[in-house]
Design a protein around this ligand. Structure first.
Ligand code: GLN
Length: 199
């Protein structure tokens, strides 16, 4: 298996690199198109999706990443990264775009402002023990389209974790509460992925 790329344009990419290091998984910092060569998966961190959108265009990463998503490369988006993977999202400026790929609608900042951020314990399909995670100005999945599997919900049924074939998207941050299980789940997706074309 090749290394897992972490999109290092903005946001908490260092925490994701640290989790991969803890798991003994080789990683690559993705800042330019050539960094994508040979990766077995890509993590899009949390941060600010408007900024990740703009920087991915400036650094000419948008089209290569969209192509890799379409080719079947496993991609894991957390929080802002989930917004970047959503086919549709609400609450952003008119010119904001996502990479897309996940047949869902997400609502940005659905829980309120920074001061409404919180930690909670969640069940996650495929992970045996409940996980303690943080929601930080988090988005919510408001519409789950065909082909999308719900992996995690809040007690009130709000959807916060989804998967559609090669794509994994979560509203929350496991990497800031020391939880490595969701990354392990993603590494398994990378090991078993079938790429349509190799990169
Ligand atoms: N509110 C941010 C956005 O809309 C996401 C916050 C996060 O990634 N923690 O992009």
């Amino acid at each position: 298996m090749g290394p897992i790329g972490v999109l290092c344009l903005q946001g908490d990419f260092r925490e994701h690199l640290a989790v991969l290091a803890e798991l003994g998984i080789p990683s690559v910092r993705v800042r330019k198109p050539s960094d994508l060569t040979g990766i077995s998966g890509l993590i899009i961190p949390g941060g600010e999706s408007t900024v990740i959108d703009k920087l991915s265009k400036i650094y000419e990463l948008r089209d290569p990443i969209k192509k890799l998503i379409a080719s079947g490369l496993p991609v894991f988006g957390t929080c802002a990264g989930l917004i970047m993977l959503s086919d549709r999202f609400t609450g952003g400026p008119n010119d904001q775009e996502s990479f897309g790929g996940l047949n869902v609608t997400t609502s940005r900042n659905a829980f309120g402002s920074q001061t409404d951020s919180f930690e909670t314990v969640l069940d996650f399909e495929g992970i045996s023990e409940p996980i303690k995670v943080a929601f930080i100005r988090a988005p919510l999945v408001t519409e789950v389209g065909a082909g999308v599997q719900v992996l995690a919900s809040l007690g009130d049924g709000k959807v916060v974790g989804v998967r559609q074939s090669n794509l994994l998207g979560i509203s929350f941050h496991p990497e800031v509460t020391g939880v490595t299980e969701v990354h392990k789940f993603f590494v398994e997706m990378c090991k078993t992925a079938n790429l349509v074309s190799t990169n």
